[in-house]
Design a protein around this ligand. Structure first.
Ligand SMILES: Nc1ncnc2c1ncn2[C@@H]1O[C@H](COP(=O)(O)OP(=O)(O)OP(=O)(O)O)[C@@H](O)[C@H]1O
Ligand SMILES: [Mg+2]
Length: 234
């Protein structure tokens, strides 16, 4: 029941957003595959965690006041040495203090770099006033941001409906393999979609979840970033 403790802690602290490592732990406790990550509060701890997790790693700012980490220079990918961790850590802190002054800093997330060659997809969930939990699926980057190519289903949803969400995207071909690429592992995406529905179903305090991106591979999938927003009380 680690997820219940995480949600209660955030509520007690008056937060409506789970911190990145909390969101990742919540997903992991539901058996969703996530890129391994831990929070470092200072640079030497970040180096120790990077060694423990194994290179290459990614460093990310963790702040209750920042939701788009890369917009403030808060994400560095592809770090492959202790020195790289040190300089990335310091760079991130200085970027954030410059571009998002006054933000509270919980620490820096040290995360395993996901293998290259995946396709970035987005899996989301929100609680609609009229329909209840609604699940969203889309392809990452321009597909969602520019083309708004997304599909929705109302929870509870059957496995077959989750497969339909993948099929009905205009860009569905991207998942089926193109330019000599093999198709992605659709069953692993469907399992994540169904688990997102289950999380919303079992945790009424959660208002929305945003798994963005989920790296989708020929075999398997991996969540590398997640945002969980709680319902604001009162
Ligand atoms: N562990 C990782 N392995 C590989 N690539 C990663 C990893 N973490 C992040 N990335 C890459 O960096 C990008 C930005 O990371 P992330 O989503 O964590 O930051 P963000 O600022 O929250 O982005 P957004 O606001 O768009 O959600 C991702 O879209 C992905 O391409
Ligand atoms: Mg993100």
């Amino acid at each position: 029941m680690i997820h219940r403790a995480l949600i209660k802690k955030a509520i007690l602290e008056g937060r409506v957003k789970l911190l990145e490592h909390e969101s990742i732990n919540l997903l992991e406790s539901y058996g969703i595959p996530v890129a391994k990550a831990e929070l470092a509060s200072e640079v030497n701890e970040a180096v120790a965690l990077a060694k423990k997790i194994g290179y290459p790693v990614v460093l990310k700012i963790v702040s209750p006041d920042i939701s788009h980490k890369s917009d403030v220079g808060g994400v560095r990918v592809g770090i492959d040495s202790d020195d790289g961790v040190r300089s990335a850590f310091n760079e991130i802190i200085s970027n954030v203090s410059e571009r998002a002054p006054g933000s509270r800093i919980a620490g820096v997330l040290v995360q395993k770099m996901a293998p290259s060659g995946g396709i970035e997809v987005i899996i989301g969930g929100l609680r609609d006033r009229a329909f209840g939990p609604v699940i969203m699926f889309g392809l990452g980057g321009v597909f969602v941001e520019v083309l708004r190519d997304v599909s929705f289903r109302i929870s509870p949803l059957l496995e077959e409906e989750a497969y339909e969400m993948l099929r009905e995207l205009k860009g569905a071909r991207v998942l089926n393999g193109y330019r000599g690429m093999p198709p992605v592992d659709k069953s692993s995406l469907v399992r994540i979609i169904l688990k997102v529905a289950k999380i919303l179903d079992e945790n009424p305090e959660i208002d929305s979840l945003d798994l963005n991106p989920v790296m989708s591979y020929t075999s398997g999938a991996l969540v590398v970033d997640a945002r969980v927003i709680l319902r604001s009380m009162g």
